[in-house]
Design a protein around this ligand. Structure first.
Ligand code: PA5
Length: 447
């Protein structure tokens, strides 16, 4: 079977092959530390062997709950934020028809998201839609105490109970949270919701292959077994017994650290398919939260080409030369659309007559890569055969493994996120949360 490939040839004008391969020993040792759970943050390494250890019975349970929700609803609202949101969101977006919401016949419930913002208008507009639809809720929070999803769940729980009654609402709500701790676990037990547990040793941004990602993906009608199979193949392809030269995650981790040392402090993830916009959001969380600490780390940004070639393209070509690009290159598309001939040729496009749209896209990709390299932007290419469950599974695990190795090379703990607490403390102090009286006084004095 065709598989993911990495190509770093277009970075060698900026860092030498010797420099990249100079990370071989370190990358192999850190990869082994991940597999053996001996490195920093080793109590959060449950994701490393997750693909090969998920049991058939666990997948069957998720599929059964998804089938039950599908049979009862037109819409399922998935409530969560950060790692409890972006795994499912990116896969559902990547695999869905681009105009899914406008399709007359919906074979599966539409999966909508809430609790990933605190926008009053968003909630109002969502509730307006839900007034008219049969819907269910999947509420996801590992800690069970995160403000954004808790607010959204309080509102939607009340709405659903008022709409269908408490007894029916109970069968339309699934909670995914810590096995024992947290407010959501307490609530779910009290209300008698179906629940799934998030393993203690898997942090939010590495949780897409737990029920956090798998249940919403299954509800949307996608094949979670193929997703897990793809990840499992990548678990094998990046395991500690694989030499550096053949391990795509180790190569990527080494390349980006070599570039970082050479002053390339911003990495732009680029794709040529709008279905991957949320994949980039997932990737930004993975790398931003894992590496951005102790005043270190590559800043992860993203663009979708060719749209952004008409906006950010200018900066990438000629702006500050502190960037490198990682392109997700998708070999083949699912459908065929050719450009028609026009006898009048007023738009002068007849040189494209008979060509497929994807051929034009591929040449835009090649031309852009050459232009950006010429303009001083090193390029890494990560190639997948097509966008489907299997290859997305491969791609996500590839980036997760690389992130662990890369964070260790950088010298940080890639599995904690102490920095995300700062805004919460201020927000609670400003909102007069009980227990924050001192902070409240201090922060208000600054205003
Ligand atoms: O990666 C992380 O740990 C975070 O992004 C969390 O997933 C996010 O803050 C949501 O946390 P929780 O699932 O506890 O509500």
């Amino acid at each position: 079977m065709e598989t993911l490939k990495i190509n770093i040839d277009k970075i060698y004008d900026f860092v030498s092959k010797e420099t990249v391969y100079g990370y071989k020993k370190e990358a192999e040792a850190f990869n082994a530390a991940l597999d053996n759970k001996t490195g920093k943050g080793n109590d959060f390494l449950g994701w490393v062997n997750l693909p090969s250890s998920i049991k058939n019975s666990e997948l069957a349970d998720i599929e059964a709950v998804a089938a039950s929700l599908k049979s009862k609803t037109e819409v399922v609202v998935v409530i969560g934020i950060g790692g409890s949101y972006l795994g499912a969101k990116n896969v559902v977006e990547a695999l869905s028809n681009s105009f899914q919401t406008l399709k007359k016949k919906q074979e599966n419930p539409l999966v909508l998201f809430a609790g990933q913002n605190i926008s009053e208008d968003y909630m109002h507009e969502l509730i307006e839609i839900l007034d008219e639809r049969k819907y269910g809720i999947v509420v996801i929070s590992k800690s069970g105490t995160t403000t954004e999803p808790a607010v959204a769940f309080r509102l939607l729980k009340g709405h659903l109970e008022a709409k269908v009654g408490k007894a029916e609402a109970k069968d339309l709500i699934v909670a995914i949270t810590d096995e024992k701790r947290g407010a959501l676990r307490t609530l779910a037990t009290q209300e008698g919701y179906k629940t799934f547990a998030i393993p203690d040793d898997i942090g939010g941004r590495y949780s897409v292959l737990t029920p956090v990602g798998l249940l919403p993906i299954a509800v949307a009608g996608f094949d979670i077994r193929a997703l897990v199979e793809g990840a499992k193949a990548m678990e094998k392809a990046t395991a500690q017994n694989v030499p550096f030269e053949q391990n795509p995650s180790a190569i990527y981790a080494a390349a980006r650290n070599a570039l970082y040392k050479a002053g390339k402090t911003t990495e732009i993830l680029a794709s040529y398919n709008p279905k991957l916009v949320y994949f980039s959001e997932w990737w930004k969380q993975l790398y931003g939260e894992s590496e951005g600490k102790e005043s270190k780390g590559i800043f992860p940004a993203s663009v979708t080409f060719t749209a952004d070639l008409h906006s950010m393209g200018q900066y990438i070509q000629e702006g500050l030369r502190n960037i490198f690009e990682t392109v997700i290159s998708v070999n083949s598309v699912n459908y065929k659309v050719t450009i028609p001939n026009d006898p009048e040729n007023l738009d002068t496009l007849n040189f494209l007559s008979g060509k497929r749209i994807d051929e034009v896209n591929k040449n835009a990709e090649l031309g852009t890569m050459l232009a950006h390299v010429d303009g001083g932007v090193p390029n890494i290419r990560v190639e997948i055969p097509k966008i489907n469950e299997y290859h997305l599974g491969e791609l996500m695990y590839f980036f997760e493994k690389a992130c662990g190795i890369s964070g260790y090379i950088l010298g940080v703990n890639p599995f904690d996120q102490p920095g995300v607490e700062a805004y919460k403390k201020n927000m609670f102090a400003l909102l007069d949360k009980p227990g924050y009286e001192e902070e409240s006084k201090k922060i208000k004095a600054k205003l």
